[in-house]
Design a protein around this ligand. Structure first.
Ligand code: F6P
Length: 336
């Protein structure tokens, strides 16, 4: 078999480890040929590909970013490059021309939707869930999330010293437009006093009271972790808005930090490397056994898969009764 592999959407730690997992399993175990497709679905429009050799698959396990390059090209949506052609049909034809028996795509929610559409059109396709946001339906965790949480937790740890030395409130804004997984996990692991996520409403009065209660308890400093996607009703960034409101409510000197793309950069954690290896290898097993139209999943500690049409278009949000929220509330942490 000759398989094509592409990475689509934002980069994240563990993509290269997943490429390695897919391709080494394909070449060493199944004797397949692997073709790397550059820049996501854009590379399938322009036939921008390279045939992998064993050497091209070395040094990938701990490498950040994606060695294939990525793009946010969505062939089923208007716009982008070659906007005047029927992109899905062109891609179907190019896959045939390139002699690819199937496509393995590594991506987030948008990519799962695109993969589901191509599966409907008859393409042999399997996918691997990739996002630091951990918001892909059907899998407990996507690779990249643990690395992002680890980076964000380290950043929160480092804010504690300025918070306590200067008796300030330190607000940190982390990624997560619709889902607050990074804010919840890093906020709890970093000992945040207030954690705000898009899934839960908040009241500035409650937040102010939490900070002032801490003052009465002899703790004239607080750490506030904010997901970038919380509703603010303002054009300001979430972190900046919350910092300004806290200063107004409490009179505390407040500073904000936006962690940004640092969360997506650099080496994957050991957990993500092993998850990538397992998910990548399983994707190749799906290909080898002809189980197309599926996304690899992690449920509990079991790697499995689910049909793409069950996953596409859904978001995995933080449930209000998540154990970390329940436990956090019992300990006095404010979730809004
Ligand atoms: O990968 C998901 C994500 O990290 C979001 O949390 C973030 O807001 C978004 O990507 C931004 O990425 P870009 O600027 O590359 O579109």
């Amino acid at each position: 078999m000759r398989i094509g592999i592409l990475t689509s959407g934002g980069d994240c730690p563990g993509i290269n480890a997943t490429i390695r997992g897919v391709c080494k399993t394909a070449v060493n175990h199944y004797g397949m040929e692997v073709v790397g497709i550059h820049s996501g679905f854009q590379g399938l429009l322009t036939k921008d590909v390279e045939v992998f050799t064993d050497k091209s698959l070395s040094g990938l396990l701990n490498l950040g970013g994606t060695m294939l390059g990525t793009s946010r090209e969505k062939p089923f949506k208007r716009g982008g490059i070659m906007s005047d052609v029927d992109k899905p049909s062109l891609i179907m034809q190019n896959v045939k021309d390139l002699g690819l028996d199937c496509i393995v795509c590594i991506g987030g929610n948008g990519t799962q939707k695109t993969a589901a559409r191509f599966a409907e059109m008859g393409m042999n396709i399997v996918s691997v869930p990739k996002t630091i946001d951990n918001d892909i339906w059907g899998t407990d965790f996507s690779f990249g999330f643990d690395s992002a949480v680890s980076i964000a937790t380290d950043a929160i740890d480092r804010l504690h010293s300025t918070a306590s030395s200067h008796k300030r409130v330190m607000v940190i804004e982390v990624m997560g437009h619709k889902a607050g997984w990074i804010a919840l996990y890093s906020g709890m692991a970093g000992g945040g006093d207030v954690i705000l996520i898009p899934e839960l409403p908040y009241d500035m009065k409650n937040i102010g009271e939490t900070i002032l209660r801490r003052l009465k308890q002899g703790k004239p400093y607080s750490i506030v972790v904010v997901a970038e996607g919380i509703q603010t009703g303002s054009s300001k960034r979430a972190g900046e808005f919350i910092a300004q409101e806290i200063e107004y409510e409490t009179g505390f000197e407040t500073r904000e930090t936006v962690l940004g793309y640092i969360q997506r950069g650099g080496s994957p954690t050991p957990f993500d490397r092993n998850l990538s290896t397992r998910m990548g290898g399983h994707a190749t097993e799906l290909v080898a056994t002809g189980q197309f139209g599926r996304m690899v999943t992690l449920r509990g500690d079991e790697i499995s898969s689910a049909p793409l049409d069950e996953i596409a278009g859904k978001l995995k949000l933080v449930p209000a009764d998540h154990d970390l929220i329940v436990q956090g509330r019992r300990m006095g942490i404010c979730f809004g």
